[in-house]
Design a protein around this ligand. Structure first.
Ligand code: LMR
Length: 332
């Protein structure tokens, strides 16, 4: 049977098997967003901390903005060992065969970051990481981006405004259901292609936290941005398991500590970065930024809450109920 692995990936993987031969251990950390986003900044901070802590025995090469691999390719590249570290958004694990991660895409599942942290830092977060092991991947940390805004070339104030709009989504069945529930036509697409697709009118709108909307200049080709906070976008920092397990123990411990510190940093700056990005979009005058009124927000909630029930079987009833328990715990 013919191999379906692209040649360029195989070549890169072969080159990567040589990492211990001489010189420092190289960690290629590939991601798809800009350097000046929560993820971009945290990746660079990890590099700094890791290199310092290992006194030159480890070199971290960060490749932002999909320069090395796009979303789908990067997961294949990690499994093959062509890169060692990634931080894909949690919405990207469904097509990879771990659909439970799509729980993070459910509209309104997390009322705030504290509730989210109880989930990612508790048993649910650990269980999800365990599912990665069978794929040759180890999960190291959860990094925040933030709550999403919707954008389009038309105002999006009430659910009915979505009727017939072609909306770019990440490749998650939950996001697909979310858009269909609103009457929109979802289109899954790699992050690196979104700006052009919006500009060319291949799609009418999209959703993302403000930091991505701003740094990819999507706001320049979207007339309207709605602050809706209808869903969350965050990341799993993951490594090639064989690579990670094969590291000398002292190096792995130093990298673990650097990751803990980088994670604290990521989760501290995410909200500020998104607030600053939204302000910058407002100031640009290119998009009208609209914050939903209470009545409108209630109408969105009412329209979108059924998505939780509709996708229950795909994600797992028990899993959703443990998430809901963790969330409710802090509200008592
Ligand atoms: C997207 O595809 O919209 C996001 O996952 C990009 C990212 O990594 O933040």
């Amino acid at each position: 049977m013919k191999s379906r692995i692209p040649l360029f990936l195989l070549a890169a993987a072969l080159a990567a098997t040589n990492v211990y031969a001489q010189g420092p251990i190289v960690i290629k950390f590939s991601h798809v967003v800009a350097d000046d986003t929560p993820k971009g900044k945290a990746a660079n901070r990890f590099k700094e901390l890791a290199e310092k802590a290992t006194a030159g025995r480890v070199k971290v090469e960060v490749y932002p903005n999909s320069v090395l691999y796009k979303d789908k390719e990067e997961l294949e590249a990690l499994q093959l060992g062509a890169v060692q570290m990634l931080a894909p958004s949690l919405a990207k694990f469904g097509p990879f065969g771990i659909k439970e991660f799509e729980l993070f895409d459910l509209p309104y599942i997390f009322p705030n970051r504290e509730a989210l942290y109880r989930v990612t830092q508790g048993p649910v977060g650990r269980e999800l990481f365990k599912k990665l092991e069978a794929k040759g991947i180890t999960g190291l940390a959860y990094w925040d981006n933030g709550f999403k805004v919707m954008s389009a070339n038309r105002p999006l104030r009430m659910p009915a405004d979505f009727q017939g709009a072609r909306m770019r989504i990440q490749p998650s069945k939950v996001l697909d259901a979310q858009m269909r529930t609103l009457g929109a036509i979802p289109q899954a697409m790699a992050f690196s292609e979104v700006y052009q697709a919006l500009q060319a009118g291949v799609v009418d709108g999209t959703e993302n936290p403000p930091s991505n909307l701003y740094t990819q200049k999507m706001y320049e080709v979207q007339k309207h941005v709605t602050v809706s906070n209808h869903g969350y976008l965050g990341y799993a920092v993951i490594v090639n398991r064989k690579f990670w397990d094969g590291l000398p123990g002292d190096i792995r411990a130093a990298l673990d500590a650097a990751m803990k510190e980088a994670t604290r940093y990521a989760n501290t700056i995410a909200q500020q970065e998104n607030d600053a990005a939204l302000d910058a979009v407002r100031r640009s005058g290119k998009s009208v930024v609209y914050v939903l009124s209470e009545r409108e927000a209630a109408a969105w909630r009412e329209a979108l809450l059924p998505v939780q029930r509709d996708l229950e079987t795909r994600i797992g009833k028990e899993l959703i109920s443990s998430v809901n328990k963790e969330v409710a715990h802090g509200q008592r």
